[in-house]
Design a protein around this ligand. Structure first.
Ligand SMILES: [Zn+2]
Length: 315
C-alpha cells in the first residue's frame, strides 16, 4: 500500500435540464452563467455555459460536512460558517499570536479547515485548500432554454405563493418569472493534494505535520467519499424545481505515489485521455491512471483509493 501524493479527477459530466449556477436575477429574469472560451477542437471563440469552481468546491465541502463527525470540526465548520477557523479566533475561543500557531491549532482541530483551507484576519494567515476545482465548462454545444414560471399572488392577504398544480382561490395578480435550464456535457477538473493534509506551511523554520496520522487518514477518506457522492448528487442553485438530471461522468483519475505533480489536461479537448496517458507513461512509474466510464464506475474507482494512505513528506 503506497501513500498517495496527489490525485486529479479529469472528466466529462452530463447534466440535463439543470440550473446549478446563474449570473443572478434581474427583475424577473434569471441569467445562466456564461463564459467565453476558445474551443480547443475548433480553435474558435465560443460563449458557453459554466459552473464555477466556487460552486463545485461548495458542493464538495457540504458533503464532507454531512459525512463528518461534528466533534472533529471547529465551531464555525460545525454549522458550515464560511469563516471557518477565523471565527474561532475572532470570537476569542482560541487565542493565538502567530500565524504558525493559529494554523497549528486549526490543523489539530478541524477536518474541514485542514482540507478545504481558510483565511485568517489577525494574525494574517492563509491555509491553502488541499482540494481545488476549476470551472465546469460546457463542451460546445450546450442547449439552453428559458422556461416561464408563473407565481400567483393572493391579492387579499398580499402574500405570494408557488402554484404547483391546483388553482388557489382569490388570486388576483400574477408574476411571470423566466428561469433558465441547460443540458449538455461539462468538462470538469479537480486536484486533491493528500500529501498536504495536516501540513503546517506557515512555519518559518521547518514544515511539520500538525495533525496526527489517524486524523490525516480520516480526512483523506472523507474527502474521497465526498468526491464519490458529489457527481451522483450535484447540488447548487434552483435544485428545488430544477434538480439536475444526472446522467453520466466519464474520464480519468490520475494519481501519484511519489512526490510528483499530476498532469491536468482539459477534458474540453477530445483527445485529453490519450494525452494524459502519454504524459503519465513518459514520466515513469510514480504516476498511475484509471479510466472510468460512468458515475458508478467513477464512485467505485475513486473509492478504491481510500485503501491507501495520504503521502507523508519527510523534512
Ligand atoms: Zn473548521
Amino acid at each position: 500500500m503506497s501513500g498517495i501524493y496527489e490525485i486529479a479527477i479529469i472528466g466529462r459530466a452530463t447534466w440535463q435540464l439543470h440550473s446549478l449556477n446563474n449570473e443572478g436575477t434581474v427583475g424577473n429574469v434569471t441569467e445562466p452563467r456564461s463564459v467565453r472560451i476558445i474551443d480547443p477542437n475548433t480553435k474558435k471563440a465560443v460563449t458557453t455555459d459554466g459552473v464555477s469552481g466556487e460552486m463545485l468546491k461548495h458542493m464538495h465541502t457540504e458533503i464532507m460536512w454531512i459525512l463528518a463527525d461534528k466533534n472533529n470540526l471547529c465551531d464555525a465548520c460545525r454549522v458550515l460558517n464560511p469563516e471557518k477557523f477565523n471565527f474561532a479566533i475572532k470570537t476569542k475561543k482560541v487565542t493565538t499570536k502567530t500565524a504558525e500557531d493559529a494554523l497549528k491549532q486549526a490543523l489539530e482541530t478541524c477536518d474541514i479547515c485542514d482540507t478545504q483551507g481558510f483565511l485568517l484576519e489577525r494574525p494574517t494567515a492563509s491555509r491553502k485548500s488541499t482540494i481545488e476545482f476549476g470551472w465546469a465548462l460546457g463542451i460546445p454545444e450546450i442547449y439552453r432554454d428559458i422556461h416561464t414560471h408563473a407565481r400567483h399572488a393572493l391579492g387579499e392577504r398580499g402574500r405570494s405563493r408557488d402554484q404547483e398544480g391546483e388553482e388557489i382561490e382569490g388570486i388576483t395578480t400574477q408574476m411571470v418569472y423566466h428561469r433558465p435550464t441547460r443540458s449538455g456535457v461539462y468538462a470538469v477538473i479537480s486536484v486533491f493534494q493528500p500529501w498536504r493534509i495536516g501540513l503546517n506551511e506557515a512555519r518559518q523554520s521547518k514544515y511539520t505535520y500538525d495533525a496526527d496520522d489517524k486524523d490525516r487518514e480520516r480526512r483523506y477518506k472523507l474527502a474521497l467519499k465526498a468526491y464519490q457522492i458529489m457527481f451522483a448528487r450535484p447540488e447548487g442553485a434552483m435544485t428545488t424545481t430544477r434538480l439536475p438530471h444526472v446522467e453520466n461522468f466519464s474520464g480519468v483519475v490520475v494519481y501519484s505515489t511519489k512526490p510528483m505533480p499530476v498532469p491536468v489536461i482539459s477534458p474540453l479537448k477530445n483527445d485529453y485521455i490519450n494525452e494524459i496517458k502519454t504524459i503519465a507513461k513518459s514520466i515513469g512509474n510514480s504516476i498511475e491512471f484509471v479510466e472510468f466510464s460512468s458515475i458508478a464506475d467513477f464512485a467505485t474507482k475513486i473509492g478504491q483509493l481510500a485503501n491507501n494512505k495520504p503521502y507523508k513528506m519527510e523534512f
